[in-house]
Design a protein around this ligand. Sequence first.
Ligand code: PLP
Length: 392
Amino acid sequence: MGVIYLDHAATTAMLPEVAEAMQPFYTEAFYNPSGIYQPGQEVRKKIEAVREQIASVIGAEAEEIYFTSGGTEADNWALQMAKPKNRRPTHLITSAIEHHAIGHSCKRLETQGCFVTYLPVDSKGRVRIQDVKRAIRPNTSLISVMYANNEIGTIQPIEEIGKIAHARGIPLHTDAVQACGHIPINVKREGIDMLSASAHKFRGPKGIGFLYVKKGLPLPRLLEGGGQERGYRAGTEYVAGIIGMGKALEIAEETMEERKIKETQLRDYLSRRIMEEIPYARMNGHRWFRLSNNINVAFRFVNSESLLILLDMEQICASGGSACNAGSTKPSHVIEALHVPEEYKNGVIRLTVGEENTIDEMEHVVDVLKKKVEELRKESPEYEDFLARQTS
Ligand code: PLP
């Protein structure tokens, strides 16, 4: 059957149309977009056209879009807004299930005089609105809550959080890396003041993304140097990447509805069969407020790392819900925040489908999963004990 790729939340295959659109900018259209000569200016026009296109897709204005090297950079940059100035402590509100690009940036901010509240989530992975309200302090300078989670696919009530933030004059940032190109987003309607996105999550190139920042917000400069990105992020632009991101987002917008239908069918087929045919399995995340491509499932009496290795040997690419630390696997901060029952915590895997997957592949994956889970359980002393207790 060949490789079955079920890790679309990690990265996606670049579309051939995207590669084609990028190609000339590596060769004949190589010119520096800051050059005053005509060919350079032509490249500049193409970059600015992409800026406008991205802005119109998310309901923003061109001058509110800053190109970055991807989601991580956009997230790190956005959180700089909460960095204390003039030694006055600041306060930032985020969730306990953010990507490390946000989580680790928060940890750094804490060493710089910023107090951070990590909002808990409910058992399905959603932030509670009353917790946001309660967490606000007089010096809260930023709220950053992700649009959709990368491990469990849960979509957050961003619009409601935006209303609360704005009533108190606090800007709202959202890490939309998993959502942009997959869910329709309108920053003005949803009250989003800053948004991070990354092209390789919607079939664009790796190493390019953007940060939307509402006009008027005091965005700190990220990189000193030339005057690129209106002086806020210096450095010659990754032109081919920007062009590729524009093309990928254009196609993502056009195909969003049909992709959603296809992914939902694949996801629902796979998750239904897993739940019906594999005992002691548990789905994590929200049933409805969920990305159409995401399955996060925990198997009791199974170690996720062992299962992922066995799947890999069968050419099935999946990922875990754990952070690997020198041989030992620890449940991820997301799984911990959900309060997944202890006996399921170590057996979490993530399967994220894409438009290229087929039902035949899903059938094969269920067959392999059934076999491999059973094999691992046969070797598990806990499972043996459990069975002995059941029969005695
Ligand atoms: N934020 C989220 C939610 C992500 O899923 C990822 C990537 O997995 C990132 C940020 C980082 O994006 P990038 O790989 O473009 O740096």
